[in-house]
Write a protein that binds this ligand. Structure first.
Ligand SMILES: [Zn+2]
Length: 275
């Protein structure tokens, strides 16, 4: 029975994600669209791209006065370099929130260089093995100066060892990829590490007045807020202490055996996360 309920809820989840993609496409502020992706405006110098291969995988184009960064490349978007150059006239540097095929898929080949967190180097052979360009490394705390717009690099291990957020203090928001899951966190590192990540990012968000982080699979209402990340941290502590028991993650499990549910989100993980 439980299994049936889970199957049903996952069906509902995928259905709602498909509906979300359709409804996002109908929204205003679209500046580019083709069969692989559409980009729409967040503000005058920031755009979100939505791919359609893996649960609305999100790309963010962030422009300063002198240059722009593209945060993630999606799965397989042909001519991505030309697409972003049709939106911004500034030179664009590709930067990744983490090394997974829906964020650093074959589209990265449109760019001669990519910047990643060195802790995700272990994933390169599985995900970016065919990449011919140069791989550069981001430093924790480093500031990317785009000209009149500064973006801070913040390491957020949990989803992958090298998951990274990018914070725009002046704008009051950031971009976190899958670090906090976009409502479904695939935790591939241990809970203690993730709890520490939550502690550091919420402290930073509070100190810098960051209202939310745009996630890696954005559907207009699943921004990562301080409250949500704190709640994920509390749940993680309870799982680690045994106060909350995990259940088998039987469907859509991405190789992760266990699951716990929070208010509007799920964390899935393996036994090794409990060490
Ligand atoms: Zn991912």
């Amino acid at each position: 029975m439980k299994r049936l309920i889970l199957v049903f809820s996952l069906l509902l989840l995928s259905e709602s994600l498909l509906c979300t993609y359709a409804s996002l496409r109908n929204e205003g502020d679209i500046v580019f669209r083709n069969e692989d992706v559409f980009f729409r405006k967040i503000d005058n110098h920031t755009w979100v791209g939505s791919g359609n291969k893996m649960f609305n995988e999100s790309l963010y184009l962030v422009e300063g006065n002198e240059r722009a960064i593209l945060i993630d490349a999606g799965t397989d978007i042909k001519n991505l370099d030309k697409i972003v150059s049709s939106i911004t006239s500034k030179p664009v540097t590709l930067i990744a929130t983490h090394v997974h095929s829906d964020h650093t898929g074959p589209s990265i080949n449109c760019f001669s260089e990519i910047w990643i967190n060195p802790n995700d180097t272990v994933l390169i052979p599985f995900v970016m093995g065919n990449y011919k360009g140069k791989v550069n490394y981001l430093k924790n705390g480093e500031i990317l100066d785009l000209g009149g717009r500064k973006i801070e690099v913040v390491y957020n291990p949990g989803h992958t060892p090298g998951s990274t957020s990018f914070i725009d203090k002046k704008a009051g928001y950031g971009f976190s990829g899958d670090a906090f899951g976009s409502s479904l966190l695939l935790l591939t590192v241990d809970f203690s590490t993730f709890i520490d990540t939550c502690e550091k990012i919420t402290a930073k968000m509070e100190a810098q007045g960051i209202k939310y982080l745009y996630p890696g699979h954005y559907n207009n209402n699943n921004e990562e807020t301080i409250e949500k990340i704190r709640e994920m941290q509390q749940l993680s502590k309870k799982v680690l202490s045994g106060e909350i028991e995990s259940k088998p993650n039987t469907d859509n499990n991405f190789g992760l055996r266990l699951a716990v549910d929070g208010d509007g989100y799920r964390i899935i993980f393996n036994d090794s996360a409990l060490k």
